[in-house]
Design a protein around this ligand. Sequence first.
Ligand SMILES: [Fe+2]
Length: 132
Amino acid sequence: MMNLYITWKAENEVGIPIIDEQHRGAVATINSLFYFMQQDKGMEALLPTLKVLDQYTKIHFETEEMILTQEGYPDLEAHVMIHRDLVRQMAEVMRRAVAQSDPTIVLVFLKDWWMDHINKEDKKYAAYMRAK
Ligand SMILES: [Fe+2]
C-alpha cells in the first residue's frame, strides 16, 4: 500500500463547505499524479493531470472570488492577483517539467503552492468571515 503525497487534515479546512470540498479535489488530483509517478508513469499522467487541474482551478478560483465579492472581503484584489500569479507560474513550471522529462518539478510546486495558499491566504478570508 502506497502513501498519499498529501494527506488532507482537518486543520487545512477554512470552514466554507464548497471551498473545502474543492480544495480536497485539487489535492486529490495532485495525489493522483504522485500515484502515477510511483508506478513510473509520471510523464504519462502529467498532461492529463494538469489539464484536469487547470480546468478545476478555474472553477475553484471563480468560486472563491464570487464568495469573496459577495462577502465584501477587503483584500479581494490582492487575493485575485495571487490566483492569477499561479496560472502564470504553472505555465513555466510545466514547461520545465516537460523539457526535463521530470514531473517532480510540477508535483513539488503544486504541493507547496496549494498547501501554502490554503493555510495562509485562504485562512485570512476565513478569519474575516468568522469575524463578520
Ligand atoms: Fe485562494
